[in-house]
Design a protein around this ligand. Structure first.
Ligand code: AMP
Ligand code: ZN
Length: 115
């Protein structure tokens, strides 16, 4: 737990979020600034600063995050049409919230288009 971490505060219920999934290890909620019709964040309850800070013991948790994202995508109705799973790593990789999270993006009407 990190007291000043926004995602830890959301997980503890100290800050609001629009949850779509919760279990003992992982939660998922809607991104406040969506970049896709469906934009969810799949977040471990354990505070891990960044993918770069993963320990050996976290390997199973990473698998769990990806597996839950797949399940949530199916529940959201975008499993078949497809979706993106993205970890931003450190500032150079676009990470602004330093509590590991997986972006789940999808729901584009005609699929995702390369610009
Ligand atoms: P990243 O750039 O990978 O660190 O992504 C952080 C994401 O968290 C961004 O897409 C933000 O829009 C999102 N975000 C920040 N604060 C909140 C919040 N209070 N509730 C939901 N999503 C948030
Ligand atoms: Zn945290």
């Amino acid at each position: 737990m990190a007291g000043d971490c926004i995602f830890c505060q959301i997980i503890k219920g100290e800050k609001p979020a629009d949850f779509v999934y919760k279990d003992d290890a992982v939660v998922a909620f809607k991104d406040i600034n969506p970049h896709a019709p469906i934009h969810l964040l799949v977040v471990p309850r354990k505070h891990i600063r960044s993918i770069n800070d993963l320990e050996e013991e976290d390997r199973g948790l990473v698998a769990e995050i990806i597996y839950r994202a797949r399940q949530i995508a199916q529940e959201q109705g975008i499993g078949k049409s497809g979706y993106k799973l993205v970890f931003n790593v450190e500032r150079g990789g676009g990470q602004y919230v330093f509590h590991v999270h997986l972006h789940l993006l999808g729901g584009w009407k005609n699929g995702w288009k390369k610009k």
